[in-house]
Design a protein around this ligand. Structure first.
Ligand code: KIV
Ligand code: ZN
Length: 512
């Protein structure tokens, strides 16, 4: 019997973006959207257009360039949000509005201060407003997991009558467990009138580490859309991880009556891209996309795999895109080869100026590093300042000194609002000294929450990619920098974070 389609709804650029410091620029979103389209994701939730003018523009820009996937904008169940989302998705070949309102007693009473009847009325109105813009309207009952099932049935019945075409059942707080969640989905589908006229969807958070398991239980009980994110990025402990959901459905196709349309060879490239853009490293033991996911350490395992691979491998590394680093370009590669490779990677630069700047930086890197891989190119682009004029802080020059018995010392010239300042500092190590010297210029008063370094490719000439997370006045930002010199990469990452704090472009979080 032919398998049914399982719709993969990616919310990396909306729920994923709600991870601390993971805010994405329009260009970041365009790069991720192109990769998601290459992966053949069905629905791309590109953002929350009412959150900020920047988010509106990003969703609109994604809607303009994506041809094969449905582009979706999130909206609370109020007229202003929905009209904003409607405008943002207008250019899409296929556009969806996703509207939501909380249905649990605790959310209705304590957060919305609305009665259940008011929530019901608002949900109906929201779906009707959304239908003015598109025939593709998704309704979510936020905190469905802690909602009364009889009330949920009334709300879902009413929004289906009002024109909702997808009904999403979220475990907003990651509270359920697979048997219970599967049963809740099954009973809703059984009880809600006309449930066969809509797609049932699930959206699970990972607070108890069960987001993927709960999503799969929902699929076994009739859900035909899973909302998920690349690398499981998302609020708090994150969302269901797309790569795990997709590979579970595929690897255990004997258990599931449905299949996804995902091109699994794009899974690892997508994971690396999202990690690079957000500064959220992937833990080595993460399923499917972690560096150790296919590494066999024990002698018994290695022996088994050498004799017959399937003794210890249920998936093939190369199928999900774990090719060895692909040699792309080198020192002798010309501008055309560089431009062509950018095109193949789905990277479009805004202007000839940007292309010239990037090509110059590529040549500088090729002088330091013999082989340039796709990952290096992605890092160059992530690291590039799209409009250098917009940056308040810039690294002009630096030198570092470390010697046995001496405190490491950093000397930096930093431009702050166009004014160059030379500062030096010692520290417990060269990175500490560098950050102290930068702080002498910036006096940001921010707190360093995270510092991490990852090698982008293998070998001692690999670029180090540094993430710095800073907090000031409750606002959290991530800065990234890449360089073959990790102290320079650290300085760039710190300045990148300071520039984000300085730009102060605030966004709303839909769940606040
Ligand atoms: O977790 C949640 O409930 C959400 C909704 C907006 C779908 O993200
Ligand atoms: Zn969510």
């Amino acid at each position: 019997m032919a398998k049914q389609k399982l719709i993969i709804f990616d919310t990396t650029m909306r729920d994923g973006e709600q991870s601390p410091g993971a805010a994405m620029t329009r260009d970041d979103k365009l790069r991720i959207a192109r990769q998601l389209e290459r992966m053949r994701v069905d629905v791309i939730e590109a953002g929350f257009p009412a959150a900020s003018p920047g988010d509106f523009e990003s969703v609109k820009a994604v809607a303009e360039i994506i041809k094969d996937a449905t582009v979706c904008g999130l909206a609370r169940a109020n007229e202003a949000d929905i009209r904003r989302a409607g405008e943002a998705i207008r250019p899409a070949n296929s556009g969806r509005i996703h509207t939501f309102i909380a249905t649990s007693p605790i959310h209705m009473e304590m957060k919305l201060r609305m009665s259940p009847e008011q929530v019901l009325e608002q949900a109906i109105k929201a779906v009707k407003w959304a239908r003015e813009y598109t025939d593709d309207v998704e309704f979510s009952a936020e905190d469905a997991v802690r909602s009364d099932n009889d009330f949920l049935c009334r709300v879902f019945d009413a929004v289906i009558k009002a024109g909702a075409t997808t009904i999403n059942v979220p475990d907003t707080v990651g509270y359920s467990i697979p048997t219970v969640w599967g049963e809740q989905i099954r009973s809703l589908i059984e009880r809600v009138p006309n449930s066969d006229k809509v797609i049932w969807s699930t959206h699970c958070h990972n607070d108890l580490g069960l987001a993927v398991a709960n999503s799969l239980a929902a699929v076994l009980n009739g859900a035909r859309q899973v909302e998920c994110t690349v690398n499981g990025l998302g609020e708090r402990a994150g969302n269901a991880s797309m790569e795990e959901v997709v590979m579970a459905i595929r690897t255990r196709s004997d258990l599931f009556g449905c299949e996804t349309g995902i091109d699994i060879s794009q899974i690892v490239p997508a994971s690396k891209l999202v990690s690079q853009i957000t500064g959220y490293p992937v833990q080595p033991n993460k399923a499917v996309v972690g560096a150790n996911a296919f590494a066999h350490e024990s002698g018994i395992h290695q022996d088994g795999v050498l004799k017959h691979r399937e003794t210890y491998e249920i998936m093939r590394a190369e199928d999900v895109g774990w090719t060895t680093n692909r040699l792309t370009l080198g020192k002798l590669s010309g501008r055309n080869a560089f431009k062509a490779r950018l095109g193949e990677l789905g990277i479009e630069l805004a202007s000839e100026d940007a292309m010239n700047r990037m090509f110059g930086r590529f040549k500088e890197l090729a002088d330091k590093k013999r082989e340039i891989f796709d990952e290096d190119i992605h890092a160059l682009v992530s690291d590039d300042v799209v409009d250098p004029a917009e940056d308040h802080y810039k690294l002009v020059a630096y030198s570092f000194r470390s010697e046995t018995g001496e405190a490491p010392q950093a000397k930096l010239t930093v431009s702050s609002g166009g004014h160059e300042q030379l500062e030096e500092s010692t520290g417990s190590g060269p990175v500490d000294a560098t950050f102290k010297a930068i702080e002498r210029v910036a006096k940001s008063g921010s707190e360093l929450l995270l510092y991490s370094v990852n090698a982008i490719t293998t070998g001692t000439d690999a670029q180090g990619e540094v993430t710095v997370r800073l907090m000031r006045d409750g606002r959290i930002v991530n800065g990234q920098g890449a360089d073959t010199d990790i102290v320079a990469a650290s300085a760039k990452a710190y300045l990148n974070a300071l520039n984000k704090l300085h730009s102060g472009k605030e966004k709303l979080n839909p769940q606040l």
